[in-house]
Design a protein around this ligand. Structure first.
Ligand SMILES: *[C@@H]1O[C@H](CO)[C@@H](O)[C@H](O)[C@H]1NC(C)=O
Ligand SMILES: *[C@@H]1O[C@H](CO)[C@@H](O)[C@H](O)[C@H]1NC(C)=O
Ligand SMILES: *[C@@H]1O[C@H](CO)[C@@H](O)[C@H](O)[C@H]1NC(C)=O
Ligand SMILES: [Zn+2]
Length: 294
């Protein structure tokens, strides 16, 4: 959910929930999706990147980036300006993403979308180890934002249509229960897979995806990692992929009031698993490019 600002009382309730350190409803991949993205990235980090990440993480993270991969969701009431950075709204049914047309916040400020944010925090982290410019930014926050947004940009409906708010206003049924399309992609496909295939154990599901990254998908991994020459990150490419997946898979056969069951679940789960893998592989590749050159 990302349109949390619409209802002040529920926003207040939700922030109270955060202070009680309960798990709030998530915006973006749910907690599981973000955790998986960062978990997949961690073993792929170079020695330099791994050392820099450990230095930047607060002590209580105990060196585990994944434990703070949803930090950007937890600060969304304090950092209201950052809420447009979790997604991109594109024109309905165009199935394209154009930076100059689509990457802005509701006030029209250019760059304020998930593509712009990934570039922003990548370039801030490029100043790591450089006393003069590095000190202008909080690089711990830059790392946590980048790690989170790299997950979001791989959730197809985070590059969705404007009118339905990336599927948030498409109400339908997930098996027996009323839900909305955005939440199904953030959370429910992953949770249903965990229950059906992995004893409700997220670590088991992550291990299965990691195994594919090193085995059956290993030929594709270099093409996932690839970025244009000299670029540290290629978020435009990832956004293009997501809007295509949104059109060809997420929105397809998922109209208002429809009932989504096995047919939809079994055909979409491989998309979700591949997107989690890509997000993790690309987060690691980006951090490696950043810290190998600082
Ligand atoms: C870039 O990062 C700074 C510091 O967090 C923030 O104030 C600014 O809004 C960000 N811009 C984008 C496009 O992410
Ligand atoms: C950087 O950001 C983190 C997370 O918001 C915060 O805990 C820390 O105090 C900040 N560091 C500085 C030097 O402001
Ligand atoms: C692993 O890859 C195989 C072959 O592409 C696929 O059938 C399977 O669903 C994948 N499993 C996961 C967890 O991604
Ligand atoms: Zn998010």
């Amino acid at each position: 959910m990302r349109n949390y600002s619409r209802n002040l009382s529920s926003a207040l309730l939700a922030s109270v929930m955060i202070y009680l350190s309960m798990v709030p409803t998530s915006e973006s991949w749910g907690k599981e999706g973000h955790y998986a993205t960062c978990k997949i990235a961690q073993p792929l980090l170079s020695e330099e990147a791994s050392a820099a990440v450990k230095k930047l993480l607060p002590d209580y993270a105990e060196g585990d980036l994944a434990s703070l991969c949803s930090w950007a969701d937890q600060v969304r009431f304090r950092y209201r300006w950052a809420s447009p950075l979790h997604f991109i709204d594109t024109p309905d049914n165009k199935c394209t993403y154009i930076y100059s047309r689509d990457c802005h916040n509701p006030e029209g400020e250019e760059g304020m979308c998930v593509d712009g944010a990934i570039k922003n925090y990548t370039s801030q982290l490029g100043n790591y180890g450089c006393r003069a410019t590095g000190a202008n930014y909080n690089l711990t926050e830059a790392l946590l934002f980048l790690s989170h947004f790299m997950g979001d940009i791989h959730q197809p409906l985070h590059v969705g249509f404007s009118t339905d708010e990336g599927g948030n206003t498409i109400k339908l049924h997930w098996y027996g229960r009323q839900n909305n399309l955005h939440h199904i992609w953030d959370t429910l496909i992953i949770e249903t897979a965990m229950k059906d295939n992995y004893n409700n154990d997220l670590e088991e599901m992550i291990a299965a995806i990691q195994k594919n990254v090193t085995d059956s998908w290993s030929d594709e991994v270099p093409t996932w990692e690839k970025c244009s020459t000299n670029a540290l990150a290629c978020p435009k490419l990832y956004a293009d992929e997501s809007i295509n997946l949104a059109c060809n898979w997420a929105y397809k056969d998922a109209d208002q009031n429809s009932v989504l069951e096995d047919d939809y679940f079994f055909s979409r789960l491989p998309i979700v698993e591949t997107q989690l893998a890509k997000g993790g592989v690309r987060l690691a590749a980006t951090l490696n490019r950043i810290f190998n050159s600082t």
